[in-house]
Design a protein around this ligand. Structure first.
Ligand SMILES: NC(=O)c1ccc[n+]([C@@H]2O[C@H](COP(=O)([O-])OP(=O)(O)OC[C@H]3O[C@@H](n4cnc5c(N)ncnc54)[C@H](O)[C@@H]3O)[C@@H](O)[C@H]2O)c1
Ligand SMILES: CCCCCCCCCC=O
Length: 514
């Protein structure tokens, strides 16, 4: 008997094979329906996420649905351009051919979402999948119970439910899905499960995108405007109670500014979340008690400088800052993914860079400095999925930037056109005419030194001649082809020298080195 997951995949595959996901009009209609869903079901979406993560209605829009709407508007506006054939540069050998890249749908995509921004990280890949003309099986995180239910119950009323089925469930259901054959798997979540996803995908040679996490460092230069830097870091760290894949995980700064940093973060916490964050509607909660316990255990061997209060029954952990944190302390052993902000002191930017480079490549890297040289130095001497200077999180909202990790923080990227390209096959196409066969002689056996000479010329020369130059060259090639066809055989020597002379003249004209 077929499992529910198998049925969903089969249904999506069958719908994909009808070809209806491909026409531009269909993709645009589905994207607009998705936008209508976000607007008409704003209340249900907000209520579910309030229950799951205590996010406020405004917060849900600001951090999740606004970005999705922006991505839909962009895709609808640009789709005709994205799906169009993309002409490419040609060498002399292909100068008269039609050479282009044709994006085409991959087939059926599996989207596995995470719980922390359940709409953003589940629906954003879906936007890319629809735009690229695929079918997609959507698996929201079971950890976000209420949100998953809204997705399962309401989404099918808006978008083609055969092409884009929603499958809910936990680990065993996801594992069952992963046993099926997909054309791409798009996973968002922790690195440990990322490895299992990769293993499962390898069985079918399925390409994957892994949107993972890690410890994103934040270096604060002693010369920067510390109150502003700290306000931005406080926002980046404590939004969604620290459960953000690109939250600054820890601060690196010189000992001389640690106290000022602490003071300014304290002021910002109070300004954002009042004296009592527990009663503040804009301060979230830890997703469940398992994560609550995990996060609280991280504070055990460090000094709490700010916050530290908690309430297990409501999964509340106050915005907390830890000072003079040691490299080997518990909080530095894994991604925190909660409202703890450790400060580690370093002697300056060089030590900060060394420290960062000793760890896994992070998803985000933050630098606060008024000095462009310091910013450029950190960028040049480190690696991370993305990098942001003098702010936190906002690079996520720029559709023109690829969003994704590198190394342990993931592979592949998305947002805007990157989502479209990531979930498309970029097919290389070359269309030749059955004319001008003479030009091909140089590659046909018997191979000779003269033929090789011409092959080298035609393949290696890639002059930027402009329209007029290309037309002239085309004319020369046509002449060559005509001559070759006429005097094939005995007159080969004569032909080569004639053509060579002609080309030499042309090359001098175009300043191309022969
Ligand atoms: N790069 C990004 O865009 C991004 C965004 C959000 C979260 N994250 C990262 O995700 C992590 C938090 O998410 P999480 O992993 O706790 O989310 P999660 O527990 O919701 O798991 C993610 C998905 O994996 C599935 N899953 C869990 N265990 C599995 C298993 N053994 N086999 C197969 N599937 C399994 C779940 O069903 C779920 O759909 C953090 O590390 C965070 O940094 C990254
Ligand atoms: C306005 C800035 C929006 C930032 C949203 C961050 C979403 C991160 C998703 C990963 O956890």
């Amino acid at each position: 008997r077929m499992s529910r997951e198998q049925k969903a995949v089969e249904c999506a595959r069958k719908a994909f094979l009808t070809g209806r996901s491909k026409p531009l009009e269909h993709r645009i209609r589905q994207l607009k329906n998705l936008q209508r869903f976000l607007l008409e079901r704003e209340k249900e979406i907000a209520e579910a996420i309030k229950k799951d993560l205590n996010k406020s209605e405004a917060g849900t829009q600001l951090y999740e649905t606004l970005g999705l709407e922006g991505e839909i508007v962009l895709a609808v506006k640009k789709l005709a351009e994205w799906v169009a054939p993309r002409p490419v540069e040609k060498n002399l050998l292909t100068i008269s051919d039609t050479v282009y890249i044709q994006p085409e749908p991959l087939g059926v995509v599996l989207i596995i979402g995470a719980w922390n921004y359940p709409w953003a990280v589940t629906i954003q890949p879906l936007i890319g999948a629809i735009a690229a003309g695929n079918a997609a099986v959507v698996k929201p995180s079971e950890v976000c119970v209420h949100t998953a239910k809204v997705m399962e119950d309401l989404l099918p009323a808006y978008i083609d439910k055969e092409l884009y089925p929603v499958v809910t469930g936990g680990v065993s259901e996801t594992q069952e899905l992963l046993r099926q054959r997909f054309d791409h798997v798009f996973y968002t979540g922790n690195s440990m499960v990322g490895k299992l996803v990769m293993e499962a995908a390898a069985k079918h040679l399925t390409p994957i995108t892994l949107e993972l996490g890690g410890k994103s460092p934040c270096y604060i230069d002693k010369n920067c405007d510390i109150p502003i830097a700290c306000r931005r870091v406080t926002w980046g760290k404590y939004s969604n109670c620290g459960q953000t894949c690109i939250a600054p995980d820890y601060i690196l700064c010189e000992p001389s500014i640690q106290d000022r940093v602490l003071e300014e973060i304290k002021k910002s916490i109070k300004a954002f979340y009042t004296e009592d964050p527990k009663t503040c509607p804009d301060y979230g909660r830890i997703i469940n008690q398992r994560h609550f316990k995990r996060i609280m255990a991280m504070t055990e061997d460090s000094t709490i400088a700010i916050g530290g209060d908690s309430d297990e029954s409501t999964c509340y952990i106050a915005p907390t800052v830890l000072k003079d944190v040691q490299v080997n302390s518990k909080v530095m052993q894994e991604e925190i993914f909660g409202p703890l902000l450790p400060i580690l002191t370093v002697s300056g930017v060089d030590e900060a860079i060394n420290f960062i480079n000793k760890g896994e490549k992070p998803l985000a890297l933050y630098i606060f400095s008024p000095d462009d040289k310091v910013i450029k130095k950190v960028i040049a001497e480190t690696s991370s999925g993305g990098v942001l200077a003098n702010d936190c999180l906002v690079h996520y909202s720029v559709s023109a930037l690829p969003f994704g990790g590198v190394g342990n923080s993931g592979m592949g990227s998305y947002h805007g056109k990157f989502s479209f390209d990531n979930l498309s096959h970029l097919r290389g196409c070359l269309i030749k005419q059955l004319k001008m066969e003479g030009v091909n002689d140089m590659r046909y056996p018997p191979h000779t030194a003269k033929k090789l000479f011409w092959a080298r010329f035609f393949i290696l020369k890639n002059p930027d001649l402009g329209w007029l130059g290309r037309m002239t060259l085309l004319a020369i090639i046509a002449v060559v082809a005509a001559v070759v066809l006429q005097v094939r055989g005995k007159e080969e020597t004569f032909l080569i020298s004639t053509v060579r002379k002609r080309l030499q003249w042309r090359c001098i004209l175009f300043e191309v080195e022969l």
